[in-house]
Design a protein around this ligand. Structure first.
Ligand SMILES: [Zn+2]
Length: 421
């Protein structure tokens, strides 16, 4: 870092924030990588300098003083990263939610055409602008909590045109709003009814022409599969991972949500960026992930919504030194949640993560889960200036409040989204 510090001169800074407490999330020996009464200088869209407020004032004295901004004791963290969402979909499942609580069984609801297939029908029927409008509301809620990068999966179209529309909406949201979007083709999410009699043909299309078409259109950063007894097998998942690897695409796998099929090992074997859920994971699975550098993405709001009782084996993940990320899994069925701070709270209260682990889970480890660890997720010289400003006493407060949003401001690519509040 020293070398780059010397290269940056205060004359070149566009802005310097003084009087901040900075949770850098780097491994500088202190909790949260924290720097008290610190200053952060920004040049274009990058972090150009990091040091004490006194030093910054010294340096900036020679430059224009109008670049100095006073953070007035706010905490600054890396902009938060929600690395697992199904943010774009048609309709919602609120009627089912109510029916279930009024006594209907899952089976009755499924027989009446409910569940994931009802979201598929609503998604196929929705126009681009209808999908865009509803996703925008959820995305704005995430952004209001300091989110600067979000991963968005397709997977409710299950036919080429509808999958393409979902990914186009995701791309458009990232182009229009001050937030970075990563697009994931969740081709193997559920088997659509028209392929009920020929699942292999569906898998072949997803892994062949559909993936190739969507990737050629620049709509796919990574692929994903729901590997589970009620969804797709290890063999079917492997077919998609192999196809993605052939096209040079990254991968994620929904693994071990309801049972341990060995999906974490499979994800690791193919070098997937992440294996997600992991309520059911063996020590061998955790070791395989550690060896491959595959991140464990924990989704506590889905666990909460499904009222599951077996949490992910966090002790195993810690012992194996698997990096843990935390995300919302925002989706209409099992996690109608557009609050990453709530997911961080539940990662602590339900899964036993420490607040520091939860914040690493939505910053540096979430960046790693998206392959973006050299760009975002830490506050260090050369990293992108994606920052969140918080009116809190200490970083653990981000995990402590339920329904609280202490976000005072957000910077994306070196630009503030409005003034501090
Ligand atoms: Zn998911």
């Amino acid at each position: 870092m020293g070398e780059r510090v010397q290269k940056s001169s205060a004359d070149e800074w566009d802005q310097v924030w003084i009087g901040a407490h900075v949770a850098t999330m780097t491994n500088n020996g202190s909790a949260y990588g924290e720097l008290k009464s610190a200053a952060v200088a920004i040049q274009d869209e990058r972090i150009a300098w990091l040091g004490s407020t006194a030093e910054a004032l010294d340096q900036a004295a020679a430059a224009r003083r109008d670049i100095v901004r006073d953070a007035q004791g706010l905490w600054i963290t890396p902009g938060l990263i929600d690395c697992h969402t199904h943010l774009v979909y048609g309709g919602n499942r609120v009627a089912e939610f109510e029916q279930r609580l009024c006594g209907a069984s899952y089976e009755e609801i499924a027989r009446a055409g409910g569940g994931i297939q009802s979201t598929v029908r609503a998604t196929r029927a929705a126009t681009f602008s209808q999908l865009h409008e509803s996703a925008l509301i959820r995305l704005r809620r995430l952004m209001a909590e300091g989110v600067t990068t979000v991963e968005i999966k397709s997977g409710y179209g299950l036919e080429l045109a509808a999958e393409r529309r979902l990914l186009e909406v995701a791309r458009d949201l990232g182009e229009r709003l001050p937030v970075s979007v990563r697009k994931t083709f969740l081709g193997l999410h559920a088997l659509p009814p028209e392929f009920a009699a020929d699942r292999q043909e569906f898998v072949n299309r997803v892994c062949g022409p559909w993936l190739e078409t969507l990737a050629a259109a620049g709509l796919v950063d990574a692929v994903d599969a729901f590997c589970e007894n009620i969804a797709f097998s290890l063999e079917e998942t492997a077919q998609l991972l192999e196809a993605a690897s052939g096209l040079g695409l990254a991968a994620h796998v929904h693994a071990g949500q309801l049972s341990d099929l060995g999906a974490a090992e499979l994800a690791s074997k193919w070098g997937a960026l992440s294996a997600d859920h992991l309520e059911y994971l063996s020590a061998a699975g955790a070791r395989a992930m550690a060896a491959a550098g595959t991140v464990a993405v924990l989704l506590p709001t889905a666990y909460f919504t499904l009222r599951q009782t077996t949490p992910p084996p966090v002790g195993l993940l810690r012992d194996a030194a698997v990096p843990m990320a935390v995300a919302t899994d925002c989706n209409p069925g099992t996690s109608p949640c557009s609050s990453l701070l709530t997911a961080m709270n539940m990662a602590c209260t339900l899964f036993g993560l420490t607040p520091e682990e939860a914040l690493r889970g939505t910053t540096c480890n979430a960046a790693r889960a998206l392959g973006l660890q050299d760009e975002v997720g830490k506050i260090a010289v050369g990293m992108r200036a994606d920052l969140a400003f918080w009116r809190i006493e200490r970083p653990a407060e981000l995990c402590y409040g339920l329904g609280a949003n202490p976000c005072a401001g957000v910077m994306h690519r070196g630009r503030m989204r409005g003034e501090l509040n």
